[in-house]
Design a protein around this ligand. Structure first.
Ligand SMILES: Cc1cc2nc3c(=O)[nH]c(=O)nc-3n(C[C@H](O)[C@H](O)[C@H](O)COP(=O)(O)OP(=O)(O)OC[C@H]3O[C@@H](n4cnc5c(N)ncnc54)[C@H](O)[C@@H]3O)c2cc1C
Length: 507
């Protein structure tokens, strides 16, 4: 007999990957009851460890984690475990800033002064391993009171106007909302009947740990050849892209013989793979959910969008989904949300997903083994050596250009709030630890103070004289750290009232 649990959770999350766990932390921060159901019994996997588990966190992810006090915990864990060895392409005299289809841009060419509202500070991406991120997020979620059940995959669910019944094995659970964070082949998305549309793969990608009998036959580094692309990092880490239309992805067990044959064909050598230690495949399929919400079901992370890992953006996109969704769903659960708050999740994140999908598709076009792609590569390489070119690519790869279309004329609207040094020993990001909205008043304006006190259940008012105010007099920051309203001029409190009502509902 199936066991039906009587507790009604506010939210059930399917999937304890990084996105599901981060969302669980967010929802607990706002007091929602949360159950995370995870299919796998064990959180660990060799693919989550180095070298394959290496991920680059972009600026929006770094900022989000910092705003919740999680960045320091992740960095501390990385130090404990030994910082990941820099990828082969980072080991060079000139500091690389990132890459586009393997073509590097360098930090010394990036002109951050073109980003007017960015305060000086470290810029770029930081390398972490996925096992560490998941461990820190799981620990925080549990500390905050989330329940995580492993070995308990979501198999089906029914939703009514009021709630959802989720079945996992012989058990059933009840909640008001269900969020599918269950990866690219999302069961939740499929059962909800949400279409997943985009472009089909052109290649099968391989990441393999091998022992080579004659490693001198391969040149270290990344190489485009007449048949594909391979990257070789001595002591045996190989990535390959084989333009076979994705035919070998999950189609057959990947054997030593198969890896050797593909490597020989792409590298044009007769290198011998003596042993295959670990291998995984992937493709450049680029698809996005047509809806991020259907009734009481929402999607986030790879469940909502997949693309090739070439640009190193998928995790960052998913963490951004969780940060955007958490406070909106929590306000909806508590009955405090303005009418269309939850719909702004898809409105803001879907276009960002599409931008990243196109960014990954453009890289595939550049990687095709054709003379026209090599000619295009030479042009992009030249562009990246210019200041404007490097700055453009940095803006996309580091994520500093992220901006939601929130309307309004001020250039800071919809952008991540600068991490002001508030002059009292705190930084803005620290003041976002509890996830409350902030009204920052740099001119100590009595009418701003008065209006903030009307919304004091939802936001904090901070009168500050920051070290560098970037020409601003006041700004309203949402719980996810994005600017909902800002002004360079002295203002009347009533000017901010519409933005307060739009994002925080009735006072
Ligand atoms: C080789 C490679 C390199 C990459 N490099 C980068 C990078 O540098 N930067 C970057 O940003 N991204 C990178 N990515 C992408 C990134 O890893 C993913 O986008 C990210 O892990 C997605 O997180 P997620 O939580 O949405 O999904 P997942 O990590 O896939 O987690 C989904 C979870 O759901 C569970 N699950 C599945 N089905 C069910 C079910 N029915 N019920 C319950 N649980 C279920 C799974 O077991 C899993 O734990 C890379 C990916 C690959 C493959």
């Amino acid at each position: 007999m199936p066991v039906s649990h009587s507790q009604l959770y506010d939210v059930i999350i399917a999937g304890a990957g990084p996105v599901g766990l981060f969302l669980a932390c967010e929802l607990r921060l706002f007091g929602c009851s949360v159950l995370v159901l995870e299919q796998a019994h064990d959180a660990g996997s060799p693919l989550k460890r180095l070298p394959f588990g290496l991920r680059g966190l972009s600026v929006p992810s770094i900022e989000s984690l910092d705003r919740r006090g999680l960045l320091a915990a992740i960095e501390a864990r990385m130090v404990d475990r030994g910082t990941p060895a820099a990828a082969h392409w980072m080991q060079q005299p000139r500091a690389p800033g990132g890459h586009f289809a393997g073509i590097q841009f360098f930090k010394d060419r990036v002109d951050a002064s073109q980003w007017p509202y960015r305060l000086p500070g470290p810029l770029g991406t930081i390398a972490v391993d996925i096992e560490s991120i998941e461990a820190v997020l799981a620990e925080r979620a549990i500390t905050l009171g989330a329940e995580i059940r492993r070995g308990c995959g979501v198999e089906s669910f029914d939703q009514s106007d009021e709630n959802i019944t989720v079945r996992a094995g012989t058990e059933s659970f009840h909640s008001r909302w269900l969020v599918g964070c269950d990866g690219g082949r999302s069961t939740v998305r499929k059962i909800a009947g949400i279409a997943f549309t985009g472009t089909e793969p052109e290649f099968t990608g391989y990441s393999a740990q091998v022992e080579l009998a004659d490693p001198e036959k391969l040149r270290p580094g990344r190489h485009y050849t007449a048949t594909g692309m391979y990257t070789y990092a001595p002591l045996g880490t190989i990535a390959m892209v084989d333009f076979d239309g994705g035919a070998c992805h999950r189609a057959q067990p990947v054997t030593r013989e198969h890896v050797e044959a593909v490597l020989r064909r792409i590298s044009g050598t007769d290198v011998m793979v003596a042993a295959l230690e670990l291998v995984t495949t992937w493709t450049d399929r680029a698809c996005q959910a047509t809806d991020y919400r259907k009734g009481r079901v929402l999607l986030a992370g790879d469940a909502a969008h997949v693309h090739s890992p070439l640009g190193g953006q998928g995790l960052n996109l998913g963490l951004g989904d969780a940060m955007n969704l958490g406070w909106k769903l929590a306000a909806t659960v508590r009955g405090e949300a303005p009418p269309d708050l939850l719909d702004t999740y898809a409105r803001e994140r879907q276009p960002e997903g599409e931008r990243i999908l196109d960014w990954s598709r453009a890289q595939v076009a550049l990687m095709r083994p054709s003379p026209s792609s090599r000619a295009l590569e030479a042009i992009i390489r030249g562009l990246m050596e210019t200041g404007d070119g490097a700055t453009f690519f940095a803006e996309r790869v580091w994520g500093t250009g992220l901006r939601y279309d929130l309307g309004g004329k001020h250039p800071l609207m919809g952008r991540s709030a600068p991490d002001f040094d508030l002059g009292d020993g705190t930084r803005l990001n620290e003041r976002l630890r509890h996830g409350r909205g902030l009204l920052l008043d740099f001119d100590a304006c009595a009418s701003l103070h008065a209006i903030a006190s009307r919304w004091s259940k939802r936001i904090d008012y901070i009168a500050a004289d920051p070290r560098d105010r970037l020409g601003l007099s006041a700004l309203l920051v949402r719980p996810d750290g994005f600017v909902a309203w800002s002004s360079d001029l002295s203002v009347d409190g009533e000017q901010v009232a519409p933005a307060l009502a739009r994002w925080f509902g009735n006072p």
